[in-house]
Design a protein. Sequence first.
Length: 213
Amino acid sequence: MADRGQPAAVVFDALGLEYEKAFARSEAHLESLQWLLGRLAPGSRVLDVGSGTGRPTASTLAAAGHEVLGVDVSPVMVELAARQVPEATFRQADIRELPLVQGSFDAVCVYFSLLQMTRAEQSEVLGRLARALRPGGSLVLATVPADVEDLPIEFMGQAVRATSFAAQDVVAVARAAGLTVESERLVEFTPDHPEGAAEPHLFLYCALPRGDA
């Protein structure tokens, strides 16, 4: 039934620690976290959207002394993250429905967590995440740039439907959300998994202008 996509919670419940292992050696991911750490004041409040197993994002940020809230739709991922990164807080929730207080976070991380949403939902969520940032706050967005909508694919053995934007359109969506795109990095990465295939990864380093307060 490879033509039928599964909800994100089902996919990532099934993958569990396999996902962490498959993406653990992503240098671009680790470099983006170092960029973020260099911009954060001590004890900053960070929202990790699609927090997965908690590693490497929440673990890296929490180890540096920041207050991390991880949100994921997968109960299995939330349980793993809470066990692996006890110094952070994790909630099982859909970011599309989670209330977010304006200006309540110093930074937001969005690593590959929008790809099973419609384009309209991705744009709306990114706008809400931008508003949740304090003026001058930072946001890292990582996605697979591709001009596809509701495309049935197989991801690490799981049938999913993927939606994304071409690279230039990802940048446009970020800017429409009110963010300044300070830099971008496009790399190719092959997940360390028997069914992993090479895929482009786009990382956007963004900030919310201070004048938006």
